[in-house]
Design a protein around this ligand. Sequence first.
Ligand code: PXP
Length: 238
Amino acid sequence: MVKLGVNIDHIATLRQARKEFEPDPIQAACLCVNAGADSIVAHLREDRRHIHDKDIFQLKKKIKTRFNLEMSIADKIVKIACQVKPHQATLVPEKRQELTTEGGLDILKNFHRVKKTVKRLQDKNILVSLFIAADKKQIKRAKETGAEAIEIHTGVYANAKTKQEKTKELKKITAMTQYALTLGLIVNAGHGLKYHDTMPIARIPGINELNIGHSIISRAVFVGLHQAVKEMLALIKK
Ligand code: PXP
């Protein structure tokens, strides 16, 4: 069975829009776990735009499943990760101005820094995954860093505008998954996946876990809005 990791950054984004205490990402994480999520993903960005330091310490303490911390390879963030000791760390590239993680980590360019970071995290018993493009050279170098896992970036597939482009990307992700498996890597995938295009990725033989955030949190608004309005109406009528 392919596992599901739910990214709860968007809950924290909503909280930070008002700089209040709600919605609480920890409560959201517990709900996701109760619903069957195999892991909880949260990204401690260098600018702390959504998830904050206290959130990740709480997540590690409170959630009853795996905590996968998404993070850059910046020294300050690595130090925090080594204190929190999540079950897994997924190393991603990070730019201040971006809306979300754009593209995969370039292992060819950053090989030595990535390798050092992998070792620092593994020394704390943290399983390390590298978020990379579906590219043979990147996968080969990812293996050489010593990381146990990769997460294949599905953004190009998810954003493909034509059926041909989508099919081409799906084939590429499938082939690169098989290649990574032959190297002994655990293969995860994610980014930009929606309800209508997740199944073909979930069907790829050997995929371990899909990490999905935005579409699940977006759907949760509509699944829950009816109930939320009913509850407020009931209070007002009392
Ligand atoms: N995987 C990684 C490495 C990511 O950076 C993100 C976005 O935070 C996701 C998965 C989830 O992407 P989305 O929110 O588009 O589902």
